[in-house]
Design a protein around this ligand. Structure first.
Ligand code: ATP
Ligand code: MG
Length: 414
């Protein structure tokens, strides 16, 4: 990465408007494009879907496959720097792009995040080189051969078998109680490389977003408390007390160390588990990382003085990254396609045809900020948008969230 900033609104070395590109056209790419445009950049998206959420709002949409040589050549011709919005971008495509343009995060960093075996090894190495407060992953074993399967230590059971690659939203995971179930699960997953993780006694889950520049400057956002329903993020809460302060500080320090050890450039999210330490207290376990902005960081759009997407733009363009400040307590509610099938937010009156949720009633509540991704059809389980709720106190933001959840027919806050 060059350290010369790509200044917004300027003419680039190519003699064209300064343009930032993104591999992937989902909602994360869309919000990156919107943040880049707000700062005066031109934007380009590569995504095969002609109606991709980011492609619909970018200046240029190249709708080829991610590994299409001509598509990649067009993206390089259009762009002064390129980022990615999902971790399963083919590594060779990022290598091709990186040979000609600044690419952040790098192909090497994305490759680590694409593979749970490499990812966990990186976590262990980072924690081993840190102090007594560093954060380790749950005990695990890589399973790539029948011999490794047979050699799994008994104390990893009960556990969760996860495919090393291509898992998301809890897909590619099987919970197993004993060796027989483990063998059956590995069979079921097609005997692809996997990791078996010990099942941990979770008290809660949290995550941390950091942004790191090519100059090595790294800043952390506040720690997010996450609640999942059916393996999909449902709610993120960010305010004082949502995560115990000592654990939050450790999680932030651990995330900064993980980014530094990778020489990472861009926005990185690391997920953590808060677990019972067996002595009446809590401990922290590192779960996984995403080499991009993350669903749990969407609250930053309305509750911080810099969003995670603006941080992604700044890191990519080589602009300064001041420490972000949260100005309001925040709760983010994910809006899945299921909501379009709850008549007036009442689950009991499920409809066959999609119906828009009661946005006017929701938006009448103070501090509600609606973000929809422009997806043309609602499907159950599909991430359609999110709602950020801000308030001037924790009590107020929780009260508004309680009313929103009731209007939408969603489960109440814990
Ligand atoms: P996503 O990409 O949506 O974050 P994923 O499919 O990559 O999810 P993980 O984050 O590894 O999967 O796991 C999904 C969820 O399963 C976690 O958020 C947690 O609730 C639970 N889980 C995963 N690993 C463990 C574990 N070792 N012990 C207990 N619960 C776990
Ligand atoms: Mg996860």
């Amino acid at each position: 990465m060059s350290l010369k900033p790509l200044l917004p609104g300027a003419l680039s070395d190519r003699g064209q408007q300064m343009t930032l590109g993104v591999m992937g056209g989902g909602q994360l790419g869309r919000m990156f494009v919107q943040a880049a445009q707000a700062m005066g950049y031109f934007t380009a998206v590569l995504d095969p879907d002609p109606a991709s959420p980011a492609g619909l709002v970018a200046h240029w949409h190249i709708d080829t496959a991610y590994d299409d040589e001509q598509g990649l050549a067009q993206l390089m011709q259009r762009c002064d720097a390129i980022t990615t919005e999902f971790e399963n971008v083919p590594a060779p495509a990022l290598i091709t792009l990186g040979a000609h343009r600044p690419v952040a995060p790098s192909a090497a960093c994305v490759a680590v995040a694409q593979d749970r075996i490499q990812e966990k090894a990186h976590f262990v190495k980072t924690a081993s080189e840190g102090g007594p407060l560093s954060v380790f992953p749950a005990p695990y074993a890589a399973i790539e051969t029948p011999e490794l399967l047979a050699a799994v230590p008994a104390d990893l059971l009960p556990g969760i078998l996860k495919t090393a690659r291509l898992g998301y939203d809890g897909k590619g995971q099987v919970r197993v109680k004993d060796r027989a179930e483990l063998a059956a699960a590995w069979d079921q997953l097609g005997k692809v490389p996997c990791v078996l993780e010990k099942l941990m006694p979770l008290q809660s889950e949290c995550s941390v977003i950091v942004a790191r520049g090519a100059d090595g400057n790294v800043v952390a956002f506040p720690v997010q408390k996450n609640t999942h329903h059916d393996g999909i993020l449902a709610i993120t809460e960010v305010y004082e007390g949502a995560v115990p302060a000592d654990l939050a500080a450790r999680a932030q320090a651990s995330t900064v160390a993980i980014a530094n050890h990778l020489n990472y450039v861009g926005v990185l999210c690391v997920e953590y588990f808060v677990v019972d330490n067996g002595q009446g207290g809590s401990d922290l376990i590192v779960n996984e990382m995403a080499p991009r902005p993350h669903n749990s960081g969407h609250y930053t759009q309305n509750a911080c003085d810099m969003s995670q997407f603006e941080a992604q733009v700044r890191a990519l363009a080589g602009l300064p990254l001041p420490t972000p400040r949260q100005h309001s307590p925040a709760i983010m509610v994910n809006l899945l396609g299921d909501l379009w099938f709850n008549a007036n937010g009442v689950r009991a009156q499920a409809t066959e045809q999609p119906v828009s949720p009661p946005w006017a009633q929701v938006l009448a509540l103070p501090g509600t900020h609606l973000h929809l991704y422009g997806k043309l059809s609602a499907r159950k389980g599909r991430k359609m948008g999110h709602l950020n709720i801000t308030g001037d106190s924790v009590a107020q933001v929780r009260e508004t969230a309680t009313r929103v959840l009731a209007l939408l027919g969603l489960p109440a806050l814990d």
